[in-house]
Design a protein around this ligand. Structure first.
Ligand code: AMP
Length: 295
């Protein structure tokens, strides 16, 4: 263990609040683990201390995390951006984390004729996110009756509680199964790292170290390592397709006139690029995950 970490006192420790149970828990734990933060003594009900990074992980109720971070009980928190908007607490979003992607959407029963937000005038809307919805309605100059429900919002129209709902959606399956049609996206959300607005110097320094690790993990998740063999005359065309981090590595093969090319490609471009590489005569294409990518 690094000497600095060994001698870390409570004052030099970073407290990170994550969701105790629920949708963000697995992604948050996986991210911390991929950042090399190891917890060996397990978790009790509330907190765990890492053995190789001066961090204490606080396991809290998701909806309380923005308040705890604002008040400095935790220096950092991992929450959905939608919750940051809903709670309106003074915390800084310091890093988007690329998991738990969803959208806060307005949905109406499938048979309802809906043209625009104006159709909500005087209607009943059920949601778990009333502050966000109130703000959207206010901006649009619409008055509607809001019903706050904390779960299973999608059943509200069927039981006569509301004319429309505003809820988090990822695949849209839940809305579909409940006979609802998604008609507006009010905001897009993903898990994010939030920080207290005025961290002391030791915590600010640790936050920078953590952000560096997170960026390396996220960059690696978005990329693949690719190796292929290609005829030498096709190399310029292949370099166009695989620019790599600086430029591709090229090694001569034992077969004259052929080379092995090593590079990095984005996960999203993957299938399109593979097709084009094959058209350029690439053979023996191997694609491997990247564990960390120092950016
Ligand atoms: P929950 O565990 O249901 O309290 O949700 C916690 C957070 O996970 C929410 O604040 C959202 O940021 C995110 N989330 C909720 N529902 C979904 C969904 N359907 N897909 C992806 N993320 C979601």
């Amino acid at each position: 263990m690094h000497e600095f970490f060994q001698t870390a006192t409570m004052k030099q420790q970073l407290k990170i609040a994550i969701q105790k149970s629920g949708r963000l828990y697995d992604g948050s734990m996986r991210l911390l683990r991929d950042c090399g933060i190891r917890v060996e003594n397990g978790y009790d009900q509330l907190k765990a201390t890492a053995t190789n990074f001066p961090v204490e992980i606080l396991l809290l109720r998701n909806s309380d995390i923005p308040q705890y971070v604002e008040e400095g009980v935790a220096h950092l928190g991992i929450v959905g951006e939608n919750l940051v908007v809903e709670k309106g607490r003074k915390v800084r979003v310091v890093q988007r984390l690329g998991f738990s992607r969803c959208r806060l959407s307005l949905a109406v029963p499938r048979g309802t004729n809906y043209q625009s937000l104006k159709d909500l005038q005087g209607k009943k809307i059920a949601t778990s996110y009333p502050a966000t919805v109130r703000e959207v309605l206010k901006t649009a100059g619409i008055e509607a009756e809001l019903h706050k429900i904390s779960g299973s919002v999608e059943i509200a129209p069927n039981i006569g509680l509301a004319d429309a709902i505003v809820d988090l959606v990822s695949s849209g399956n839940t809305l579909f199964k409940n006979g609802l049609r998604e008609v507006e996206t009010l905001l897009k959300s993903e898990a994010c790292l939030v920080a207290n607005a005025s961290l002391e110097a030791p915590q600010a320094e640790l936050l920078e170290e953590l952000r560096f690790r997170i960026r390396s993990v996220l960059a690696a998740r978005k990329s693949k390592y690719i190796l292929l063999n290609a005829p030498d005359e096709q190399l310029p065309a292949i370099f166009e397709l695989l620019p790599g981090m600086k430029s591709p590595t090229v090694l001569p093969l034992a077969t004259k006139g052929w080379s092995s090319v090593h590079s990095v490609i984005g996960e999203e471009d993957f299938w399109e690029i593979i097709g084009q590489l094959k058209q350029c005569g690439a053979e023996g294409i191997l694609v491997a995950p990247i564990e960390k990518m120092v950016v």
